[in-house]
Write a protein that binds this ligand. Sequence first.
Ligand code: UGA
Length: 327
Amino acid sequence: MRTILEANSHDDIRFDILSNPEFLAEGTAINDLLYPDRVLIGGLQTPEGFKAQQALAEIYEQWVPKDKIITTNLWSSELSKLAANALLAQRISSINALSAICEATGADIDEVAYACGRDSRIGPKFLKASVGFGGSCFQKDILNLVYLSEQLNLPEVAAYWKQVVDLNEYQKKRFVSRIIKTLFNTITNKRIAVLGFAFKKDTGDTRESAAITLCKDFIQENARIYIYDPKVSEQQIFYDLSGPEVTYDIKDLKKRVTIVQSAYEASANADAIVVATEWDEFKELDFERIYKSMNKPAFIFDGRLILDAEKLKSIGFRVHTIGRANF
Ligand code: UGA
């Protein structure tokens, strides 16, 4: 872009290139925009570049305190965007790797995350274990970093960051294996209620959602799945689930997949419930009612650690939570 713009500059019009990555997260974008942790403006280290950075900084200064506006060189700014997402995703993969150890030993991942997060050098955010991170950005940005590292002939660096994505895939597969093993080693023709399809709560976005991988695996294992998500459309779910691993034929898909309008509808006559997205409404469900409507034994797999496992057990559920053992 810079080459093209500079080639088309003349006395009356000239262009400066700035890098101004955004750090907005879905579901909190307006708040993130109004009260950013920082604003990053990268520019060329030339008098014109500094002037351009200053002009953009003045716009942000209308609502962002000056000390939160950081100016850097162009490459630092571009790399910081990738690095910030890679570091956030790395924390999730780290806690998810630990969740596997918890399940094997009897440690509780929420307790481990809390104990570690209380160290001010580590901090509590982005340490929630899950069935895996999703969204349009984390995986893309890490793979971008991996590609860049390979291009720069830094294979060890590339392998290091690639592992964050690999661990995320492993976490999803591990969860599916646990579900199948618990359901007596087969889910063929079993009815599974999938609660949540978005990649996180408070958004209808399904890009790279862990639920897609889970559901595709369930379909491949010939389960019958009933999906409920408060914000994702039926059309979107079928679009996400069609593909070479499963089928492109929506009619075929509909033999295995049903989209329903409530968690209760999804759970009726189900053999198992799988929580794939941490929607608040799932915490408020009437689980006594749900238990009565399910096949017995009634299994719940909490992929987001949002449900009160003790309460569910007292109702009669067999509860499996990521990062907790079932000895
Ligand atoms: C992410 C970053 O948080 C933003 O700062 C960035 O601007 C944005 O990507 C982007 O590059 O555009 P977003 O993808 O909207 O934002 O969502 P996050 O809140 O970061 O969550 C990503 C995934 O990680 C979700 O699937 C979420 O459920 C999962 N997650 C998050 C966990 O599994 N555990 C956590 O502790 C936190």
